[in-house]
Design a protein around this ligand. Structure first.
Ligand code: NIG
Ligand code: FE
Length: 446
């Protein structure tokens, strides 16, 4: 009890109590190797909240003794309590949809041909088709379309999400996307961590002039975006990510996207300008991006469906998080899932993301990502839950604020209507999350 509490003398606003299991996850350090599955389970546990923060985590009887007339209580009998999900990789801000391409990939719309994702891209569709829709959308429309997805993510227990740009691919529209992200960060309950992905693909108007597009990203976009971060933060008095204040840069390094040399150039410049680094690595082809992430000390390498053991070892040495996205492999109808067990064996901190995007994976539910990760990416339920919470936070540089249930952390707390943590992975297709508490506020879910 002692080590789980601090500053409990002032009134407590909210106590969630009597949970079958409280998954505390404890601490701020990423869990890796033998500790990847450490859930820190308390039985008949409780969480006490004041304002936006957790003030105590412990036994139900001990914590209920702190309640007074002002304290609201939530009974979690027969249920489990866990930290809000931290979705470490999303493209949730976009306009339009690509249901037509989904049909093409199934071979339904064009029975004579089953299209591959990269073939559609080469034919002018894919990411570029969402770029056209996003360029054409007004900022307000972009916000409205994305807000609906954030609402669904919140209802499924996501309380923090990384969000990438990358459907502008021209300075003005990349800035429009960042503006939309900033506006959503200010209005929406989910805390958002922005990532600039100007190097998502080479836009069609630069076909045959790929290096010129890389020049544009390096010489124009990166410096302007970096300055805009401070403009946005000052204007919004730090509301964008509030205390997080992070801006990342990501590059899609793969066949049909950017080469290793181009990726190195963009990420190196981004690092000089103070961006945190993330990289789309090894989704289709292994171009060496995971090793580059290790060399540059990136925060994460993501996708990792065709990564070698020696590259995993380099990531472990450099403390690069592996962000696995099994929803994307599933969404593409493929079977070469990232080998999560191998990353854990090599001592890489493993995180999970939804990768929600219109092309490969329109999925708002981290519980479904957990279900997939256990069946196909070879994680145990406990390892997957750590990956979807604390390790996601670690990969975003915010593990001191969110990702576990401990005094002082932001009170992002879920009640799931299941008797045992394994049910989060065992069941799928329905939403197990019954109550979402975001920054101490009980969110009403419809
Ligand atoms: O993570 N790989 C690159 N980006 C996305 C796909 C984006 C899209 O198709 O719109 C992904 O799978
Ligand atoms: Fe992605």
């Amino acid at each position: 009890m002692e080590k789980h509490t601090n500053n409990v003398l002032a009134p407590i606003d909210l106590i969630v109590h009597s949970a079958n299991q409280v998954l505390t996850l404890g601490g701020d350090a990423p869990k890796r190797g033998a500790t990847q599955g450490d859930l820190g389970i308390l039985r008949d546990g409780a969480v006490a909240i004041r304002g936006e923060r957790i003030v105590a985590v412990g036994d139900t009887l001990d914590l209920l003794a702190l309640a007074d007339a002002h304290t609201r209580t939530l009974d979690a009998r027969g249920k489990i309590v866990l930290p809000g999900f931290v979705d470490a990789h999303t493209h949730v801000v976009f306009a339009g949809d690509r249901a037509n391409e989904f049909e093409m990939r199934l071979g339904v719309a064009t029975p004579l041909r089953t299209w591959q994702y990269l073939d559609i891209q080469k034919a002018g569709g894919g990411i570029m088709s969402t770029v056209r829709a996003t360029r054409a959308a007004t900022r307000d429309d972009l916000i409205a379309q994305s807000r609906a997805r954030l609402d669904a993510m919140l209802a499924h227990g996501t309380t923090t999400a990384e969000v990438k740009t990358g459907y502008g691919l021209e300075t003005a529209t990349e800035l429009k996307m960042l503006g939309a992200i900033a506006a959503l960060a200010a209005e929406h309950a989910i805390d958002l961590v922005p990532t600039f992905l100007g190097a998502h693909v080479v836009p069609e108007e630069f076909t045959g002039r790929e290096e010129e597009y890389v020049d544009l990203v390096v010489d124009e976009m990166l410096p302007i975006i970096q300055n805009s971060k401070f403009r946005i933060r000052n204007l919004r008095k730090g509301i964008l990510n509030s205390e997080f204040g992070i801006l990342n840069c990501d590059v899609f390094c793969d066949d049909g996207a950017f080469t290793l040399a181009q990726t190195r150039r963009i990420l190196t410049r981004a690092q000089e300008l103070g961006f945190g680094l993330r990289v789309h690595a090894d989704e289709f082809a292994n171009l060496g991006a995971a090793a580059l992430a290790a060399e540059l000390g990136a925060a994460s390498a993501d996708h990792l469906m065709v990564t070698r053991r020696d590259e995993m070892q380099a990531m472990a040495r450099a403390n690069v998080a592996a962000v696995l996205l099994p929803g994307t492999t599933f969404g593409l109808g493929k079977t070469n899932f990232a080998d999560g067990r191998a990353f854990i064996e090599e001592n890489v901190p493993v995180a999970l993301g939804s990768d929600i995007n219109p092309g490969t994976c329109w999925c708002e539910a981290m519980s479904f990502v957990i279900a997939l990760a256990c069946r196909y990416a070879k994680l145990t339920p406990a390892q997957a839950i750590v990956a979807a919470t604390l390790n996601g936070a670690y990969s975003l540089g915010i593990a001191e604020h969110v990702g576990s249930l401990a005094p002082g952390k932001i009170a992002d707390v879920l009640i799931a209507d299941v008797p045992d943590y394994r049910h989060l992975a065992y069941r799928f297709g329905a939403n197990p999350i019954e109550t979402v508490i975001k920054r101490g506020r009980v969110i009403s879910l419809i």
